[in-house]
Design a protein around this ligand. Sequence first.
Ligand SMILES: Nc1ncnc2c1ncn2[C@@H]1O[C@H](COP(=O)(O)OP(=O)(O)OP(=O)(O)O)[C@@H](O)[C@H]1O
Ligand SMILES: [Mg+2]
Length: 239
Amino acid sequence: MSKPLLQLDQVSVHYGGIQALRDVSLSVASGEIVTLIGANGAGKTSCLRAISGLIKIGGGSIQWNGQDLKKMDAAHRVRLGLAHAPEGRMVLAQQSVEDNLKLGAFVHRRDRASAEQSLEEAYQLFPRLRERRHQSAGTLSGGEQQMLAIGRALMARPKLLLLDEPSLGLAPLVVAEIFDRMRGLNEKGMALLLVEQNAQLALRLAQRAYVLESGQIVLEGKAQDLLRDSRVRTAYLGA
Ligand SMILES: Nc1ncnc2c1ncn2[C@@H]1O[C@H](COP(=O)(O)OP(=O)(O)OP(=O)(O)O)[C@@H](O)[C@H]1O
Ligand SMILES: [Mg+2]
C-alpha cells in the first residue's frame, strides 16, 4: 500500500505539566477528507498545531509522504504542501484583505505569476473577498474573516489543508457556503483535516473520522459509521 500523505504515530504534546495529547496516531491519505471531533479542551487544536509545526511534540512522530517532519519548521512544512487555517481566524486586522491573502503566498515569493494566480483563485472561491479587497481585515464580518483565513491558507496551494473550527460562531448559510467550497477543493484533489465541534456537519463532509477525548483517540472509523454510532450520537450529536 502507498504511504499516507500524513501519518501521526503515538504523538504526545505537553504544555508544562499538562498533557494535551497522548499517543495520538492518525493518518490522512492523499485527496481524503478526515475529521477530528471532540469536546472543548480535547486537544484538537493542539493536534493541528503539532502537525503544522507551531508546537513541538514530546514524543512519537509525524511523517509527510513517509518523511519525518521533526526537523522542519512551520514555513518548511507550508512549502511541502501543508497549510493551516487556524482557530480564531487570526487575520491581521489593520492590513487589507488583499495584503492578508498575499501573506499566504510567501512560499511563492520567487514566482509572482503563481502568486497572482492563487490570488485570483481565492477571489473566485470567495467572491466577497474580491469586493472587499481594499477593506481592512478587522472590519470584515466573522464569516468573511473565516473565508479570508481559509483563502490565505489556500494561497500556499496546499496538498493538505488543516482547518480548525470553520463553523464557529457563523450563521448556517455561511457555514454551508464554506463547507461547499471545501467539498469543491477536495474534488480537485486537496486533502482536508477538519477539526469541528459541529460533529454532524463534519461527519457528513468527511470520509473518515477520529474522536478525541482528553488527548486520546477513543474511536475511529468511516464517517458514515460514526454518524450511526450510539456513543458518538450521545456525546456529540445530541441524540
Ligand atoms: N498554550 C497552552 N498552555 C497551556 N495549556 C494549553 C495551551 N494550549 C492548550 N492548552 C491545554 O491543552 C488542552 C487541549 O487544548 P486544545 O486547545 O488543543 O483543545 P481543543 O480540543 O482545540 O478545544 P476547543 O474545542 O475548546 O478549541 C486544554 O486542556 C488546554 O487548556
Ligand atoms: Mg480548539
